[in-house]
Design a protein around this ligand. Sequence first.
Ligand code: ADP
Ligand code: MG
Length: 748
Amino acid sequence: MNTTMKNHPEPGGGSQRVEFRVQGLSCANCTREMQEEIQRLEHGQDASLLYNSGRLLVDPAVDLQQVERILKRDGATLIKPDYGFSKEAAAKVEIGSPAQAGAAAAGTAGEAEEHESRLGLWLLVLSAVMYAATFIPAVPGAVGIVLDLAAIVISGYSTFLRGLRNLIRLKFNMDTLMTVALTGAVIIGEWKEATLVAILFGLNELLEGYGMNRARRSLSALLEAAPKEAVVLQGERETVVSIARLKVGDVVLVRAGEKIPSDGTVLEGTSAVNEAAITGESIPVTKQPGQQVFGGSVNSEGLLQVRIDKPYEDSSLAKIMHLVQEAQDKKTPTELFIDRFAKGYTPAIMILAALVILVPPLLFGQPWMKWVYEGLAILIVGCPCALVLSSPIALVSGMTRCARLGVLVKGGVHLEQLGKVDAIAFDKTGTLTKGQPEVQREIAYDPQRFHAVAASLESGSLHPLAAAVVRHVAARSGGAERLQPAGLVTLPGVGLSAEVNGVRCFVGSEALLAQLSLGGEERARVDEDLARLKAEGLTVVLAAESARVLGLFGLADELRPEAPDVVRALHRAGVVRTVMLTGDHAAAAQGIAARSGLTEWHAGLLPEQKVAHIQALAGRGTVAMVGDGINDAPALAAADLGIAMGQGTDSAVETADIVLMQDHLGQLPRAIRIARRAGRIIAWNIGLSLTLKLIALLLTIPGWLTLWIAVMSDMGATIIVTLLGLTILLGKDPKAGNSPAVRVASNN
Ligand code: ADP
Ligand code: MG
């Protein structure tokens, strides 16, 4: 029957939950209610039913038939991927292979959802035709009434059934209100209006479901990037296996046009590989033996043999997809506010409706019929549908668009914040610069020892400068003595220190000089050489042994070619302050800052001083920090928004709020513009839905509110809110490769 999709370790490390897609979740409120019901089932206590991404996470021991029954009542269904094998077999194969099941289920979900909404649409059209027929003069009155009633039943029966059930359980939600209002209208003889209301409400529901499905489905498009099968080579034999069976160490054959099944290393063959699914970058990258490839990227030319380095569920693509899905379900403060509001709103409206029905006739001797009618109309105003929709469609659309650009936004909150950013701070090395510095000059006082100490210590560091030093020494004196450093300690923002044969050695910036007690003459010589290198704008790395400086390296790192364009585009997108925070010295910092067009820069900073600067910036607005996690992780965490470079340290990528998958800054301005637009649309949507409600309510004072105005006020808002939210998906995405930033790169 139903097939599981993905395993989710519990945060507490306990039982595992399995994941299903759920189609037809048409409203956030009913989703929460259904979740509560599922949680009351045996083994259901940990269940999460997630509205934004349309998923159910649940203990596999739960009785799925009961879950289905609960879902069905509100018109939702579990997706049954069509694998043609039994539930047990499917579960065995599919657990741990999110992508395959994900892609399959996404396809099934799309089709099933489309089918459902087409049927709903036809029923509505049918009832609309019946309703219209009652206006034909030749149709006798009695037939008209029958037609009206039939139309009400066809378009409103599902709402009615749900409403009735809720009424019996004294649960008051939208369906209850509609049911009471429709029944009341029929009883006081307002058939025609009741019919119109039922049809419009049905249309409204259909639209609601459609909007959210569209937003969710564009994410499924990402899932389609997931490979499904792989061709494993065993000697001469080729075997086709499902992605789930792929093991680390398998050698797979990837033909032109096929997807690379999982992260791995090229063994044989050279080809252009398109990594757009992972990085958003659509210009193919040439891959040669020894180079890393991503699962989900497409081999566009030759034949490649790839050794699999990670099982699929640990591959970059699987992680991205998981992350994007999780991201959709984190509620933003705005959404939480709306939820709370909606919870109180519906009951408040019911009380108001009761007052409107009772007070004028009882206290002011007004006619009952008129005020019963007004009261019923007010009940219909009790639907918070447009309001509840105003945020999620826009957020999901915005995050999906960003994901397509290779900008992973890990939650609606962060998208909202990205839209509000006033200041962006950048780390220098690896962020504004390419992070591939080269040693340009060296001044050695004891060449042999200098190289040996520098290379041995630096080989224990992740810093881009360290890699450059190691490379340089290997090229110059391949045979440099390999020392055995002991007790290596990182001096954050300064360098490293370790014991070599009982002697304390240091490698790092000039800040180290303060720790060494150098003789006056030696100090003067080192200072002079330092000044010379710094005047050339070079970053200086020195190596020292107890109280003796062994030598100086002068390194230069190229500015990222896209940096000036990006900074300009950021300013155009409304970012007021662009700031560089670096641990490097002022002369090196200044050149980079000036060439990239930043508004300010601060040099010679230790990690905690970077944090202090972020805090100062935060006092004046929303601040984002972009960095690679080396010596700037605390600053990334301190900023309102931490943005990590895709090739930064793993911990930075994991803890950041936003990840730039392409490892360049090119798409950041566009992402900010998308976020700003989403923010504007959400604010406008909320304003619009509330205003229309208020107008409808005010209309009752003169007694002008009619049932159809009441339903139209919500439907109008729903239409606008849905369409506006979806427009975020539409924007043209000039392929990453065509942006000016990257063109510069390819010309160089
Ligand atoms: P940035 O802010 O430009 O990314 P960091 O804060 O990472 O720079 O480092 C600041 C300075 O500390 C570097 O310019 C360098 O002089 C020194 N430094 C830090 N780590 C190392 C290392 N592993 N090897 C050599 N120098 C280092
Ligand atoms: Mg850095």
